[in-house]
Design a protein around this ligand. Structure first.
Ligand SMILES: Cc1cc2nc3c(=O)[nH]c(=O)nc-3n(C[C@H](O)[C@H](O)[C@H](O)COP(=O)(O)OP(=O)(O)OC[C@H]3O[C@@H](n4cnc5c(N)ncnc54)[C@H](O)[C@@H]3O)c2cc1C
Length: 346
């Protein structure tokens, strides 16, 4: 089949690799110039899942790992601290990983695609992998995004572990994600755009040197609120259809899981010699990410000061049970007691 993939981020590069290796005709269109293309992200995710996806795509994930976390320190608004035992959370060289996925694949850089002008009829399918931008699909009814930005820094030698500050009302959080050789990402997502922690970080680490400032909002609305997932022969995959875990703004693994659903449905149809079953894809995405809607409700209630741990117990239990089931996919311990304490403290 002939595919246009719009966006060479996580979803676009993984799909490009997998579709190309399955004999499809692929062209990738990426808005940035080749030398300016940068995966906007703090490059943190579970190594268990990245090992799996790397293997599928013929890469060795251990070659990309920068830092393997042991304990994440979390400062809370009540002046308390919590520590999360990490079980596979790493930072990795996401830029190299994505570029290695795309070796041998035809990419048109500096191609800013637009709904009105993209020649969709030249392709069997056009995959909207533009993440937050969602450039080809129609606008959803209920989009919800959180502003975010970060710095890539170097010369930070006295902190070498994941560190976050949670904001009151779950309105966002600050992060420091260590890379290697004293480098790391300092950033924050904050609905109120105060970004507490960033200035303080630079005050506490006066030798830290900024290499790059990077930013874009993160989509928190889950797939349930991001329909349609397709329109004519355009199909959305990844953050463009809301595959971001709303509690954390974490989208690498969810986007890859969404790619996997797409590939599976495509493969099944190939066996039956038919067309790609868009409705089947839609149903499976909704099912896989169903509980993200509960997590999203928790966040929105918390942001509005309306979360009541008794009244909304079912939502909390849904979040806990589903996360516990997928502990490896998150890369950190999931404990109900800790979750309850965090929800109360925020
Ligand atoms: C500051 C920040 C930090 C984050 N940190 C983490 C983290 O540590 N861990 C984690 O799991 N998630 C993190 N996320 C979320 C995660 O990065 C995204 O959810 C994930 O990258 C989404 O993958 P995607 O492939 O759907 O989209 P993206 O990776 O965003 O890729 C979209 C691509 O489309 C291109 N594009 C956009 N518009 C056009 C256009 N008009 N024409 C052509 N191309 C276009 C973009 O340039 C980009 O290359 C972070 C997000 C932000 C903003």
């Amino acid at each position: 089949m002939k595919f246009a993939i719009i966006g060479a981020g996580v979803a676009g590069s993984y799909l490009g690799n997998m579709l190309y290796n399955n004999g499809h005709d692929i062209t990738i269109f990426e808005a940035y110039k080749k030398e300016k293309h940068w995966p906007v992200c703090a490059w943190g995710a579970s190594k268990h899942m990245l090992q799996y996806f790397s293997q599928q795509a013929g890469l060795e994930f251990k070659d990309y790992i920068f830092h393997t976390g042991k304990k994440l320190r979390m400062e809370l608004p009540n002046n308390k601290e919590e520590y999360l035992e990490l079980k596979g959370l790493v930072t990795y060289n996401k830029k190299q990983w994505e570029s290695d996925l795309l070796k041998n694949i035809n990419i048109e850089f500096s191609a800013i695609c637009k709904r009105e002008t993209f020649p969709i009829n030249k392709y069997d399918y056009v995959l909207d992998c533009t993440g937050f931008h969602r450039v080809l699909l129609p606008k959803p009814k209920n989009d919800f995004i959180i502003p975010a930005y970060e710095y890539l820094v170097e010369n930070v030698h006295d902190i070498n572990e994941f560190y976050v500050i949670g904001y009151k009302g779950a309105r966002g959080y600050f992060w420091y994600f260590p890379l290697n050789n004293g480098m790391g990402f300092v950033g924050a997502g904050d609905i109120d755009k105060n970004y507490y922690g960033i200035k303080e970080f630079f005050n506490q680490h006066p030798d830290a040197k900024i290499i790059k400032k990077i930013g874009r909002p993160i989509r928190l609305s889950p797939p349930f609120l991001m329909e349609p997932f397709y329109s004519n022969n355009i199909i959305g995959i990844g953050e463009s259809i809301g595959t971001v875990f709303p509690m954390l703004g974490e989208g690498i693994i969810p986007s890859l899981l969404c790619c996997e659903i797409f590939l599976k449905v495509l493969e099944e149809k190939k066996e039956k010699n038919g067309k790609f079953d868009k409705e089947e894809y839609r149903k499976r995405v909704l099912k896989k990410f169903q509980y993200y809607h509960d997590v999203y409700k928790i966040i929105r209630l918390k942001m509005d000061g309306k979360l009541n741990t008794v009244k909304h117990f079912n939502l909390l239990i849904s979040m806990y049970k589903n996360m516990k089931k997928e502990e490896k996919r998150f890369g950190f311990e999931i404990s109900f007691e800790k979750m309850r304490r965090l929800v109360n403290a925020l």
